[in-house]
Design a protein around this ligand. Structure first.
Ligand code: MN
Length: 425
């Protein structure tokens, strides 16, 4: 076990009960304050450790870092490019500096003022510069639900589904960070009964509960990443809301797949939880039947037990949680996703983002989109103010949260939260 993951560790930084950010987590993000330019930070309790300040204080000496302060940076890309080994060294060093028995740091008030910022004085920024974005479709429950709605229960899964991790190339430019509102998209849609398509603001705006991983290593064009080595390429995970306009999607998607129904916005959580922090939460994935082709074969625990939830907060009302799911349900694991993505020689880069696809579980409470929760609009959900939702209304805020928990340690992702504003006229 990595020292930083030891469940018995405590920090001199106060960590409230139930916090997503104990000393065993130490996720990386990018923040700024009125006094501090954009820079890399690490979350602990309700504070952020300023890594640029930590570097200036010479507290990161002995780690294989470049000769300039790469943490004074508006993205994690340069840091991630140093690889998982250096990331691990920085996380282990942080763990040592923040431990309750480290009196050299905990008794130095001036140093603490230089390196610590409270979360409420900071603005979280997009953690990475996303070069390319891929969205998979790796929850078999989600694929079965959607297939049943659109093609009937007999043809729910396409013949390829159990043989390869289905995915499509999304749009990187419109990925934003939690806290930023989105505008309802406009577009074309046509109900089956309509003779001609019409145009206007989407009437079926939906969320998709997903997680996304970020790559930290270049794979040259022509090369393949083996399913065995794939995790060396993965820095960590964020929560991912893949906003979707179901009416636009349904009319446009044949024959080339998702386009304007998807590319108007996606929203991510600001803290990237490292693969190392998630190590204790590995679980076996669902059994894959039939057997996969050799290049997709993986062994051992490649899924992660991460509890997920989605809430909808109408304006002026309380939030209602509409979904409890878990990342462990994924039929295809991230090793298989990366191996498949590169089996044709497709190159990948530092900062690329790979979303899981909607994460639905086996029961209706665990469905990860309104399309499934309201079963295509036939089963509306009642909010706490008595209003009903089939999809997402203007001025609603959608909030996703995620955490793993074991041996009294909770490794959380914080939240991804975004409000829907009316379509721009
Ligand atoms: Mn999606």
């Amino acid at each position: 076990m990595m020292n930083a993951n030891n469940p018995s560790l405590k920090s001199w930084v106060p960590v409230p009960e139930g916090s997503d950010f104990p000393i065993q987590n130490l996720p990386f993000g990018v923040f700024k304050t009125t006094e501090r330019s954009p820079r890399v930070g690490v979350a602990i309790g309700e504070h952020i450790v300023d890594l640029a300040a930590l570097y200036d204080q010479e507290l990161l000496l002995g780690i294989e870092l470049p000769s300039y302060n790469l943490f004074a940076n508006d993205s994690l890309n340069e840091f991630m490019a140093l690889g998982r080994g250096v990331c691990r060294q920085v996380r282990e060093r942080l763990s040592e500096l923040l431990r309750s028995d480290n009196e050299k740091v905990s008794h130095d008030e001036e140093l603490k003022k230089a390196i610590l910022v409270t979360m409420h004085e900071a603005e979280m920024l997009m953690p990475v510069k996303v070069g390319d974005y891929t969205d998979f479709y790796s929850s078999i429950e989600h694929a079965t639900n959607v297939g049943t709605m659109f093609r009937g229960a007999e043809n729910a899964l396409m013949p390829n589904y159990r043989h390869l991790p289905v995915g499509y190339h999304g749009r990187a430019s419109s990925i934003g960070v939690s806290g930023h509102p989105i505008h309802r998209p406009k577009g074309q849609f046509k109900d089956p009964d309509d003779e001609l398509p019409s145009f206007g603001p989407s009437r079926r705006l939906d969320f998709e509960l997903e997680m996304a991983f970020i790559t930290c290593k270049h794979n040259p064009q022509g090369d393949c990443i083996s399913a065995v080595d794939a995790e060396e390429f993965v820095f960590g995970f964020v929560l991912f809301n893949d906003w979707s306009a179901r009416d636009i999607q349904a009319w446009e998607y044949v024959p080339l797949g998702p386009f304007l129904g998807k590319n108007f916005a996606s929203t991510v959580s600001p803290w990237v939880v490292t693969m190392d922090a998630l190590e204790p939460f590995r679980v076996k994935g669902p059994e894959q039947n039939p057997k996969v082709l050799p290049y997709l074969k993986t062994e051992g625990e490649k899924n992660f037990d991460i509890n997920l939830e989605v809430g909808i907060k109408p304006e002026g009302s309380e939030e209602k949680v509409v979904c409890h799911s878990n990342f462990k349900y994924m039929y295809w694991n991230i090793n298989q996703q990366l191996a498949h993505h590169t089996i044709n020689g497709c190159d990948i880069n530092v900062g690329d983002m790979y979303a899981s696809g909607t994460i639905s579980g086996p029961t209706p409470e665990s469905y990860g989109s309104m399309l499934e929760i309201s079963w295509k609009g036939t089963k509306p959900v009642t909010m706490k103010d008595g209003s009903e939702r089939k999809f997402i209304n203007d001025h609603d805020t959608v909030i996703m949260r995620g955490y793993a928990e074991k041996d009294g340690v909770r490794i959380g992702f914080g939240e991804v939260k975004s409000k829907v504003l009316p379509a721009k006229l």
